[in-house]
Write a protein that binds this ligand. Sequence first.
Ligand SMILES: [Mg+2]
Length: 269
Amino acid sequence: MTETPLPTPTESAIALAAALKQFAAADRVLLALDFDGTLAPFVDKPKSARALPESKAALEKLERTPDTWVAYVSGRPLSSLEIVTEADEDALLIGSHGVEVRFGRDGVSLDLSDEERSTLTRLGEVLQQLVDSVPGTRLEVKPVGFGVHYRLLEETDGADVVRRAYEAAATVSDSLTIRDGKDIIEFSVRGADKGDGIERLREYTAANAVLFAGDDVTDEDGFRVLRVESGDIGIKVGDGETLAQFRLADEKAVAAMLTLLAEARASRA
Ligand SMILES: [Mg+2]
């Protein structure tokens, strides 16, 4: 373990360094990481997002280390997550907030019932109508739902779009999973969340300790399933209320943390 302190000034930097040291010494560890806003800075074209080079190097080092798993847990559809993470065929990927799962060569799991399919079709129709009527909004098609993007709108117009999207979706079904994210409101016919994704990863990898980092409100579902008493670590990236134990300022601070952890994990006794 290097004695270099985490370069980002946070109130809990020393406590985080101590927790990471303990984490790095565990038998089998899993790093489950959100992508956008955690590893990769936000960009205008979602497909152009890439992890910071320092993070990518640290994750590649961790992936080469025995008994160490790296997984990406994102709200992006799996097909998009595969591109931006530049994932190889062994990658562990959770897309669509836990709905889509790809565990290396074991394949993808996603099976919709007939009822879910028909709800999905109608949901797409009503939300497309809404987006068509409001310039500056955009509909994103997701495997089991839709996201209405409104980043280009003024705050009050954005709030109005969210309200109308709720109303439109309610005409289709009263049992949709709704996620209010950063300038996006999402409606899904399947109710998995990032916490479900992390639990599946924990089971699949048989990890003794899990580290999860994320920046958005939907990442709170991930922090909720962590077992802090068993050495799990939750890291909230950026501002906002959180269940996570630790906070890092931004993607650069995450890169520094991963670099430190990769070194500690590779050199453990
Ligand atoms: Mg994010």
